[in-house]
Design a protein around this ligand. Sequence first.
Ligand SMILES: [Mn+2]
Length: 322
Amino acid sequence: MYKQIYKYIKKYNNIVIARHIGVDPDAMASQIALRDSIKLTFPEKKVLAVGNGSTKFSYIGKLDKLEELENALLIVVDLPDKKRADSIEFENYDYVIKIDHHPFIEDFGGLELIDDKASSTAEIIMDMFLNTKLECNKEIAETLYYGLVSDSNRFLFNSCTEKTFRLVSQYLKLYDMDVEKLYRNLYLRPLSEVRLEGYISQNMIVTEHGVGYIKITNDLIEEFHVDSAAAGNLINNFNFIEGIYVWVTITEDIKSEVIRISIRSRGPIINKIAEKYNGGGHKMASGARVATFKEADKLIKDLDQNLEKYLKNNTEEDRYDD
Ligand SMILES: [Mn+2]
């Protein structure tokens, strides 16, 4: 598959690299690293990494403005379903390649490189660079490292395999990355966000069976001087709380007129439930979008019932705590 992808990249002079809406470091790092590698390997090609960025992730690199390109190849990274694509229209392209690590949802009609065992899309691209003539350098390697480390929550998740560590080890040897500098960029955060984290800790509601959730209204967002994306991004900081198996942030986004929900689990599978609420994602990490807080309450109820079933079916020893 890597070789086939390389052939298509070689064949097309115009290439657009897109990803999902709601930019995150893995999606953004994957598209920027792939763009820079293609440009390094084929300097004459026009390659654009497109989609709405975020100043929060500006350390990863610069995105390009979307342009109408003739006979272009579209590469979509970190995206399992067309409807969550950022900015692009699929029918404007000659051919499409998908590179993703989410569970399969739909075929995009071209090459489908899916490895749902990979920690991140960045990991798949790291492997692809080692197995094709696509070139890499220290800067590109560091970009990919951001994606991998972010999606695996600093190697905390089971999605990190022997292969993940082997690839990281190879890259460290080849490119001598300054990981301390990278972590400084990834984990430096504003005091306002830390204060919001304190608020969430104080005010998280826990359901009967152990779903922890917090509603972050627009009033709170203004009071804490954060942007609505920041709240959702805090979700990974609420891991490993005794008695809480599923945890959720419910954030009002006035600008997009939507309520954004992030869900994490350390037991029950949650993506099937997220799919019922205009979302989806990984088994243990998903997102959803609803219109009202009432709908969000329904989602919480669903998660609680699902958790109850999970707790009944799993013996005490199977669980992480209790
Ligand atoms: Mn990802």
